[in-house]
Design a binder for this molecule. Structure first.
Ligand code: NI
Length: 183
């Protein structure tokens, strides 16, 4: 696990944000989330809250620990242009192939970016909101987002996997400005 120093002006910018997302430094982001026993009404309410939070922040993915809930639930935007937001319960990667390197950020660490190398194509098994088993195949950006979110469930942040020399803070701007497509 990589520890980073958050500059004062960045910390001030984070504190001015009102999106309800847990920020780097909160222990819940480093904890291991528990599997959902059987998805029910509470799971659907959690997913609805996560989708709304993600949309309000213009995000492309969000994991339950980022809203302070230690359950193995993620939401993400699909690859197609008008794809619905998808949710996965208890997701696990069962196959990973190839390699991709690209820039990542995180709604829990606003203003920081860095390059991360990850597998390119993955196969994920999970449950849907009705508790039925689903298999998801993804590559490129969609695969990157799913991997980033599943990492959150194990207390892993992209900074742990990033090439440290590429980690860079952007200039703090209007805290209400929408960040660009971050998981
Ligand atoms: Ni993230």
């Amino acid at each position: 696990m990589l520890d980073i120093v958050v500059p004062d002006e960045v910390r001030a910018n984070w504190q001015a944000r009102t999106d309800g997302i847990v920020r780097y430094g909160e222990p819940v982001l480093r904890a291991k989330a528990q599997p959902v026993g059987r998805p029910g009404r509470e799971t659907r309410e959690l997913v609805d809250r996560m989708k709304a939070t993600m949309l309000a922040s213009n995000g492309i993915g969000l994991a339950a620990p980022q809203v302070g809930v230690l359950l193995r639930v993620i939401v993400y935007r699909g690859a197609e242009d008008d794809a619905p937001i998808r949710s996965l319960i208890n997701p696990r990667i069962v196959s990973a192939k190839g390699e991709q390197t690209g820039e990542e950020g995180c709604l829990s660490i606003p203003l920081l970016h860095g390059e991360v190398t990850r597998p390119n194509a993955i196969i994920v098994k999970a449950l849907d909101l009705l508790g039925r088993p689903v298999t998801v195949r993804a590559d490129e950006l969609e695969s990157r987002v799913i991997q980033h979110e599943i990492d959150h469930l194990d207390g892993i942040l992209y900074i742990d996997r990033a090439n440290p020399s590429t980690l860079e803070w952007s200039e703090p701007a209007d805290p209400d400005a929408k960040p660009e497509q971050e998981p």
